[in-house]
Structure formats: structure tokens, C-alpha cells
Design a protein around this ligand. Sequence first.
Ligand code: NAD
Length: 341
Amino acid sequence: MGALKTKYIDLPMMADYLKSVGAEKVIGRLIPYLEEDYKRWEDFDKVPRTAHHCEVGVLELMPIGDKDTYSYKYVNGHPENPKHNFLTVMGIGMLAEVSTGFPLLLSELTLTTAVRTAATSVMAAKYLAKENPKKMALIGNGSQSEFQALGFHHVLGIEEIYCYDVDPKATDKLMENLKGVEGLKLVKCNSTKEACKGVDIITTVTADKRNAIIITPDMVEPGMHINGVGGDCPGKTELDSKVMFMGDVYVEFEPQSRVEGEIQNLGDEIEVTEIWNVIKTGKPIERAEDQITIFDSVGFALEDFSMLRLLYDIAKEGNVGVDQSLVPILDNPKDLFSMLK
Ligand code: NAD
């Protein structure tokens, strides 16, 4: 038996923690956890997430486990939600001890999803993008965008970010939120095409439940890396299918990405590499100068496993969360009814 109390982290606790240390620090600290877990890919019991679809969105459960630890995330994706004052993406999740089933940690995973998604994007770019990238286009300037920008700036050294959103107020919000970040130049653009011109990395993180075509072949230049984050469920894509054949495509977990990713409409025509194959080598791919790479990210349970594992360590350090009794620990574990006496 591990801990007798479950560590519990709610949203205000997480917000305070991220404010106190800086989201970029946690993004940076998460990357080695992600790498460590991706390197031992074969140790995990993996399944594509279960998805409950409705016309305007999706509700998902993302479970994964190894011989010691199990985790799951509940998360939604409702692009119309901001019109009703809800976030597009909201989550909660849990880490448990396999040997007993005891819940070790229960946590908010909305802020945390933004952190883990940024860390995953940065990790992938570290292995796939050209050396020393300096300029990035950021298409879609909603909830995830600041975290992406901070991760790419602080961890990968991106110095200039060209921002575009169909909603100009979203771009204004992003620029206002990040205006004090030292060494980071943010440029508001009038179109996706303008934002993508001459950059090293294109990050798309838009929300629209349709097969959108946001990045077209004319926007993609030799040597670019595309970090496609927003196309993450059936009927929801961001890249022109022709773009997918312009470079090498990397995914998280192929059985899930074939259903949810940019590759969902391309069938066997397109070959992909699961990213763990690269991460386990411990070094970036060898790429020609004009090589184009595409990370078709949908978000995989392993990334939340790594995030929860890190959060549990931070909670044990005493830096976030409280101890809660969420399951009974009894003198006589066969006498649950004793709790009612
Ligand atoms: P959000 O609703 O807060 O922001 C999305 C932004 O995209 C909005 O500002 C919207 O105006 C903009 N947008 C929509 N269509 C556009 C277009 N054609 N061109 C430019 N901008 C456009 O959502 P969010 O929380 O930032 O999430 C963004 C997307 O990322 C969602 O689709 C979400 O499902 C996805 N996501 C993926 C992962 C992953 O692991 N791959 C993780 C989290 C979120």
C-alpha cells in the first residue's frame, strides 16, 4: 500500500502553483517525464480513447497503465463552447496504484492539459524540427495558445511568433497575456498565409468541428516542421490532405490517430511513424535541409500519465495539493458499514 490519503489538486490550487513557478517551468520539467515514458512504450497497456460524440463535440476517456501505475483522463472537446461561456477543452484525471487500485492523485486537468499539450508539441519539435528554430506561426490563439508559445520560446528557443486567429480578439488576448515575456517578439497577422511566411515551425491549434483546410501546400516551405494540434477527433482536421504528402508524418499512437488525426481521411495511402520510435533513439532525426516534417498530434493517454506522474511528485514535494480521504481506510476492511454507525 502506498499513501493512505489521496493527493487532491483543484483548479485554484493548480492556477496558484503555475503562477508561482511559471507554466514554462512545468512544461520544461514535464518533457523528461514524457521522454522517459515514451522510451518505455512497450511497457504500457495502450488503447485508443473511448469517445462519446454529439453534433457539437466529444466527451472522451483516456486510460493507460503499466505494471505499477494506472491513469485516466476525462476530457471534452466542444468548439462552440466559448459562445456559451464554457471552455472548448476541460478535463479531470486520476493516477492509481496498480497493486491495490488505491487512488494516489485526483487532479484538475484543464490547465494541466494545456501544459502537457505544449510540452508534447515542444518535445516532438525537439526531435523533428530543424536545428535551432527561431520563428513560429501560431494559428488559433485560444486557450492552448499561450502555453504553446511559452513552451516553444523558453524550452526550444523560438524568438518570434506570428499569430493569427479568425477572431482578432483572441490574438489581442494572446498578445496582451504574453506582452512581458522577455526576448519574445509577437506579431499579429492578417491571415494564416501571412503568419506562415518564412517560419521554421507552423503550429495549428484551432477549434472547429469540421474538416477545415487551414494550411495549404503553398504555405509550406522546404525545411518547415508542422505541429498540428487542433485536428483531434473524427470529422475535425486542419491541414489540406496534400500537405500530408509533402513530408514525413509522425503520430502518437497509430490506431487512435488513424481515426482522429489529420490522417483520418487518407486510409492506407499514407505511411506514418509513431513518435516513440524517434524518442527512444535519444536524438533528433537526421533531416535534409529541405525536409518537411509533420507531427499529427491528437493527444494520447501516455502524455496525461506522464503529467499526472509529475504532478504526484510535485504534490509529494509539498508544493501543490492537499491530502483527502476519497476511499475508505478501515480497521476492518470488510466492515464498510461501520462508517455509518
Ligand atoms: P479555443 O476554442 O480556446 O481556441 C481555438 C481558437 O481557434 C479560437 O480562438 C478560434 O477563433 C480559432 N479558430 C477557429 N477556426 C480557425 C481558423 N480557421 N483559423 C484560425 N483560427 C481559427 O480552443 P483550445 O482549447 O485552444 O483548443 C484548440 C484546439 O486544440 C481544439 O480543437 C482542441 O480540441 C485541440 N486540442 C488538442 C490537443 C492535443 O493533444 N492534440 C490538446 C488540447 C486541445
